[in-house]
Design a protein around this ligand. Structure first.
Ligand code: F0G
Length: 453
């Protein structure tokens, strides 16, 4: 059961089918553009959407809003250095700000960053510095249905080769995303992390953790990796941070805050360069774009998030929804993790070709039928067409991510999600595809405009 009870509640937006039809048409079938009060169950993201605890709220009230040297910063600094072991930690307003600063300080145009899988903004930040973002997920990740416990791993042999044969574009960093959000939310094993760390060290390349979901990864390590059953998630997280040379963190996930992030580094010179960029673009080193209140709430969230009872329930709730979805005959990426379930839309809607976007079709249908908002991870996100709209590249899978905000929805909300998917699965042939009528050149899935085919 949930290891908390509910003190403050917020009404759900209940809408009618005609209202949802009108809303979806108005936003050109891009649910990103819906007003949140047109959405009943919002599974678009687990980022910044968690419910804060009474202790976080109380900590926020203690926020010291001094421009420099605030008490809240020193408390935050102590907790983050204890957790990560990094001597240099810098606050930032969210993950992508931390990425932009670190990559600007670390990379030169023409470099390569190798990852198990870059998250989309992380890839964009690598590319914006004129570098190449190379994903090398492990081979086991290709089988969406298998129960392999660590599909978030990097392919160590391919990483070794990339480091050896860098050629024109030297590898300037190895970035391990834990858990692997772009790769079905799957965890990375400590064995794989250690392997990546050894390879990176041998080639004198820093290993950076994209540690947005460090606690959820650590929990799954205690559950799935031999030799870790008796460790606490906090101990595993501490070990993971110490295997790497630094981290970029979006605290909007496992910091359980609405805004916040940080950079952690071992290298003092790199940290100094980041600090200069931080001051120029985010804020002074002791607040990095955050208020004292935000820093306090992050500090408390980072302490709460590794509580075994909290993580156990989060895993159970995800498993509950996963079971319900499987029982209505819909497939998800297996095994289910913690922060999201990834529905196999391509398999549910085989009559919709990749370039009519089966993931988008399912996403729109979930909204029309159930007021549920989700995110496409398929050919709209990863595909490409030529100037005439002819397919050039499609995604390997057509998925829809149901992200699970922390401490927000209950099992009866999840019942509604599974029921809605069940209704769609009874008559998948009635769902149609979409065509693109407008898009932007970078991160197009945020602003795409579509019409039904
Ligand atoms: N890295 C990972 C693995 C992420 O999942 C995200 C954000 C970021 C970095 C960027 O952090 O949003 O604080 O700037 N993921 C959100 C999501 C948006 O919905 O998965 P941010």
């Amino acid at each position: 059961m949930e290891p908390y009870r509910i003190k403050v509640v917020e009404p759900l937006a209940l809408t009618t089918r005609p209202q949802r039809e009108a809303a979806l048409k108005r936003v050109a079938y891009n649910p990103f553009d819906l007003r949140a009060d047109e959405v009943t169950i919002d599974l678009l993201s687990d980022s910044g959407t968690g419910a804060i605890s009474a202790d976080q709220l109380a900590a926020g009230m203690r926020g010291d809003e001094s421009y420099a040297g605030s008490r809240s910063f020193y408390r935050w600094h102590e907790v983050v250095t204890e957790l990560t072991g990094y001597p240099h930690v810098l606050p930032a307003h969210q993950g992508r700000a931390a990425e932009r600063i670190l990559f600007s300080a670390l990379l030169k145009p023409g470099d390569t960053v190798v990852s198990n899988t870059h998250f989309d903004t992380t890839r964009a930040n690598v590319e914006l510095t004129g570098c190449r973002a190379l994903d090398l997920p492990c081979a086991e990740a290709r089988d969406l249905d298998s129960d392999y416990p660590f599909k978030g791993n990097i392919d160590l042999a391919a990483l070794g080769q990339a480091l050896e044969n860098a050629g024109e574009s030297p590898v300037a960093a190895v970035l391990m995303t834990v858990t692997n959000n772009g790769g079905g939310g799957q965890p990375v094993s400590m064995e794989n992390l250690r392997g990546a760390a050894e390879l990176a060290r041998r080639h004198g390349v820093p290993l950076i953790l994209d540690a947005a979901r460090f606690a959820e990864n650590a929990w799954l390590v205690t559950r799935r990796e031999p030799g870790y059953q008796d460790r606490t998630p906090r101990q595993v997280a501490e070990e993971a941070f110490r295997l790497a040379d630094g981290c970029v963190v979006s605290a909007k996930k496992d910091g359980i805050v609405h805004i916040g992030g940080f950079i952690g580094l071992k290298d003092p010179e790199l940290a100094e360069r980041c600090n200069g960029l931080l001051i120029a673009t985010e804020g002074f080193s002791t607040y990095g774009g955050l208020s004292g209140r935000d820093l306090e709430m992050m500090t408390q969230g980072l302490l709460e998030v590794t509580e075994p009872s909290y993580l156990a329930e989060r895993e159970e709730a995800a498993a509950y929804l996963a079971d319900r979805i499987r029982s209505v005959g819909v497939d998800i990426v297996e095994p289910s993790g913690l922060h999201a379930l990834y529905v196999n839309a391509g398999r549910l809607l085989p009559h919709i070709p990749p370039h009519q976007y089966p993931g988008t079709a399912l996403m729109c249908e979930l909204y029309l039928r159930g007021g549920i908002r989700s995110a496409e991870l398929g050919s709209l996100y990863l595909g490409e067409e030529d100037e005439h709209g002819n397919p050039v590249r499609s995604a390997p899978y057509e998925l829809v991510r149901l992200a699970l905000p922390r401490r927000v929805y209950t099992r009866s909300h999840y019942d509604h999600v599974a029921r809605t998917l069940g209704d769609i699965a009874k008559d998948p042939g009635s769902v149609h595809g979409y065509r693109i009528v407008g898009q932007s050149p970078i991160l197009r899935h945020f602003s795409i405009r579509l019409e039904p085919v």
